[in-house]
Design a protein around this ligand. Structure first.
Ligand code: C5P
Length: 227
């Protein structure tokens, strides 16, 4: 079978990563979570105090970008690559609410996108890759053979995310999570550089009322129809 590039884009908390991981495992492909890369840069900016509730020193972050070394290292116990920032495993830290609150601002900086997009294109140049994000089918791999655009209602997505965060012991309310989801939707779809939009040739899947298995089957059908 010839290896292809699979781009999975969509709003936050639509379960893109769950399905992308399943797909990569089934096909023996590499999975890349590009959201983790934007989250890693955000964590870096937070640690350096480049960003806070009051202000965002974009210039300082941009000047420091050469010092931000990102790497995915495969963890056989979980079955996918974990995010490393300057050789430190930050997989857990980047999933916290604080990072979610600032990530869309950092992701709107053109120099940040330029650096990460170049790294993503390098990772995918051999094909055999499933990449999830916001601009994979439009900017990173406009020639991807299979493009999926995932959607679900904001309430459904906030509910899932709230459950996930609560189970991990994070002290958040449903309302806070819903507001964060809505705010990120707005920032991601309205930013100037690479806004979140469905590529013309992407297949849209609304999973508000789909089970995980149902959704996976639908995507496998699309894959089989593509190769
Ligand atoms: O996928 P995840 O929700 O972890 O992504 C976090 C944030 O990173 C998104 O809300 C978006 O602002 C940004 N992002 C992006 N482009 C990508 C992936 C993520 O702008 N390809």
């Amino acid at each position: 079978n010839k290896k292809i590039t699979i781009a999975i884009d969509g709003f936050s908390s639509t379960g893109k990563s769950t399905v992308a991981k399943q797909l990569a495992k089934e096909l023996g492909y590499v999975y890349v979570d590009t959201g983790a890369m934007y989250r890693a840069v955000t964590l870096y900016a937070l640690r350096k105090n480049f960003i806070s509730e009051q202000d965002f020193d974009k210039k300082a972050l941009v000047a420091d970008l050469p010092a931000v070394k990102l790497k995915f290292i495969f963890n056989p116990e979980v079955g996918f690559g974990e995010m490393y920032l300057n050789d430190e495993n930050i997989e857990k830290e980047i999933r916290q609410m604080e990072v979610s609150q600032y990530v869309s601002k950092v992701a709107a900086v053109p120099e940040v996108r330029e650096m990460l997009v170049a790294q993503q294109q390098e990772m995918g140049k051999e094909k055999g890759i499933v990449m999830d994000g916001r601009d994979i089918g439009t900017v990173v791999f406009p020639d991807a053979e299979l493009k999926i655009f995932m959607t679900a209602s904001a309430e459904e997505r906030a509910q899932r995310r709230f459950k996930e965060l609560s189970e991990r012991g994070e002290d958040v309310t449903y309302k806070e999570v819903l507001e964060n989801v809505q705010e990120r939707d707005l920032l991601d779809t309205t930013r100037k550089d690479s806004p979140l939009i469905k590529a013309k040739d992407a297949k849209e899947i609304d999973n508000s009322h789909l089970t995980l298995t149902g959704q996976f089957e639908r995507i496998m059908d699309l894959y089989r129809a593509t190769i």
